[in-house]
Design a binder for this molecule. Structure first.
Ligand code: B12
Length: 215
């Protein structure tokens, strides 16, 4: 088995909604010493994104998307349980969530896990989180970082509301804001005044560790 075949199997296991195959890939990856985060990003996540394209083109339907999401969630839970938390040092505090009106939480969950394994205390607020709650929790936990995920073009505007509320509540300069999700871009982040747009979980960690280094 080569690395390429393994990544292709990871991709296919999500597209074809095959739980057993996905679990076998995880086992093989462990034996081969493959980085689980790389496998998650370039294998499984690429698969769910491809399925989204097929869904967008009307080639697959919502039930298929829901079943594959279940497999994706099993995979991410399994990988999360294997991530090394032993180096955890509290380098900062993050609140993260998916914005109001949006149930997509797979990517947000991956980001939360990876940030956590890099020594940040993470408070995951879940999904469909109102802007007011992001700000309230940022205050309560004295957060350094506020991350919001939006997967729908119709819910991206909630990220702008978070920025506005942080200003209104007088804590905008106490936090760094990070935005992500499939329709979100660097341009959008700049437009709404967010500190960073992150393409994926590793990108997020790089931004956060960079800011911590600047302190
Ligand atoms: C899985 C999925 C679902 C699942 C979600 C299950 C769940 N618990 O998450 C289900 C089936 C429930 C679903 C429902 C719907 N979906 Co949907 N879904 C998807 C799909 C296929 C994959 C999303 C995903 O998990 N990707 C994998 C993860 C790993 O990637 P990611 O989310 O982008 O996250 C990465 C980065 O973006 C970044 N990131 C993400 N969040 C954050 C946060 C921060 C702070 C940072 C820094 C970084 C960051 O890092 C992550 C890790 O690398 C996408 C297609 C796509 N291309 O995204 C459609 C998609 C998002 N869905 C879509 C639609 C239309 C819907 C529905 C409206 C369908 C319907 N008719 O009901 C509903 C919406 C319900 C609602 N109110 O939210 C459209 C959105 C179109 C648009 N432009 O707005 C898409 C693009 C599909 C399509 N091509 O049409 N969906």
């Amino acid at each position: 088995m080569t690395k390429e075949t393994l990544f292709k199997d990871a991709f296919d296991s999500i597209v074809d909604c095959e739980e057993e195959k996905a679990m076998q890939v995880l086992k093989d990856a462990e034996e081969m010493g493959i980085d689980p985060v790389e496998l998650l990003t370039d294998g499984f996540s690429a698969g769910i994104k491809h399925l989204g394209d097929l869904f967008g083109r009307g080639e697959v339907f919502l039930p298929e998307l829901i079943f594959s999401t279940e497999v994706m969630k099993l995979v991410t839970t399994e990988i999360e349980s294997k991530l090394d938390m032993s180096q955890i040092k509290n380098k900062g505090v993050m609140v993260i969530g998916t914005v109001a009106g949006d149930v997509h939480d797979i990517g947000k969950g991956i980001v939360a896990s990876l940030v956590k394994t890099n020594g940040i205390e993470v408070h995951d607020l879940g999904r469909e989180v109102p802007a007011e709650v992001f700000v309230e929790k940022a205050k309560e936990f004295n957060a350094d970082f506020v991350g919001s995920s939006a997967l729908l073009t119709t819910t991206m505007t909630e990220q702008k509301r978070i920025e506005e509320l942080l200003v209104k509540e007088g804590i905008r300069d106490k936090v760094k804001t990070l935005v992500g999700g499939a329709p979100v871009t660097k341009r959008w982040a700049e437009k709404i005044g967010a500190d960073a747009y992150c393409e994926d979980a590793s990108d997020t960690v790089n931004f956060i560790l960079g800011w911590i280094g600047e302190r």
